[in-house]
Design a protein around this ligand. Structure first.
Ligand SMILES: [Zn+2]
Length: 268
């Protein structure tokens, strides 16, 4: 299923696999001035390319290599001969089959490996300049695209919510906070976040500041609990009340326990 909404110059395309009449998990791509930011998941690749048929599309960029951000790369290249770009680290991963958990195959699907070009520091469209900012943390190859004059900030999965409570095991929560700090240092007067889940956050600065404060406070508490001898499971209960429902749904791949483990890792 796809849901399209025009938000001024930016078109938001929310996509998700329908299962018994419900979408399991939304993911989003954005189309602005001929630039497509992320390409959704493999299960919705046909619908996305169908929507893009006949529209102005010059270039696609993947914010990172995850299956719900690169899923239509192959079809876009095949049908429209569109150029797809990603960071150097992401391009390597996008070029090979991903190791997915069964729930990932069910919800998003296995992307066809594609050859994509390497992003430079800037992406130019007819009317806009987008700065490519390395924003690792969610994964090492993650970038965000920022249109400084408009204050648009396409953050992929860097910002999921102001108070993230569950993560994948490879996520580095301290690195996420540092990457958000980098975005806050940008000279743009205001930032609007366009997230990989399809949320558009008007006061992006406050959201990023709030998330950084939350991570710092959580990190302090986790280290205190560790010093007091609490187990990881007990720390999950103390910090979040209980383990995230996502842990059960994803076989433990996305969990609060992963957040606690990431909080306790030494900061680089
Ligand atoms: Zn991701």
């Amino acid at each position: 299923m796809i849901e399209v909404e025009r938000l001024g110059e930016v078109t938001r395309i929310k996509m998700g696999r329908e299962y018994e009449g419900r979408v399991l998990y939304w993911t989003a791509a954005y189309l602005v001035d001929g630039l497509l930011i992320d390409t959704g998941c493999p299960h919705t690749a046909d619908e996305l390319t169908g929507f893009l048929e006949g529209r102005h599309l010059d270039l696609a960029v993947n914010t990172h290599h995850h299956e719900d951000h690169v899923g239509a790369n192959h079809l876009l290249q095949q049908r429209f001969k569109v150029r797809v770009m990603a960071s150097r680290e992401a391009a390597l991963l996008i070029g090979q089959p991903l190791q997915l958990h069964p729930y990932q195959e069910l919800v998003w699907g296995q992307p066809v490996p594609t050859k994509v070009d390497i992003l430079a520091h800037r992406v130019e469209t007819r009317n806009h300049h987008f700065e490519v900012m390395a924003t690792p943390g969610h994964c090492p190859d993650h970038v965000s695209l920022v249109e400084m004059a408009r204050g648009w900030c396409f953050t992929g999965d860097l910002f999921i919510s102001r108070e993230p409570k569950a993560m994948r095991p490879e996520e580095d929560v301290h690195e996420i906070a540092r990457s958000m700090g980098k975005l806050l240092e940008l000279p743009a007067a205001r930032l609007t976040l366009f997230t990989g889940l399809g949320n558009v956050v008007k006061d992006g600065r406050a959201a990023l500041e709030g998330c950084i404060d939350y991570i710092r406070a959580l990190s302090r508490k986790a280290k205190e609990l560790e010093a007091e001898g609490f187990s990881i499971g007990e720390m999950v209960n103390r910090l979040f009340g209980r383990e995230s429902i996502l842990a059960g749904l994803t076989g433990g791949h996305i969990s609060s326990e992963n957040v606690v483990r990431a909080l306790l890792r030494p900061e680089a």
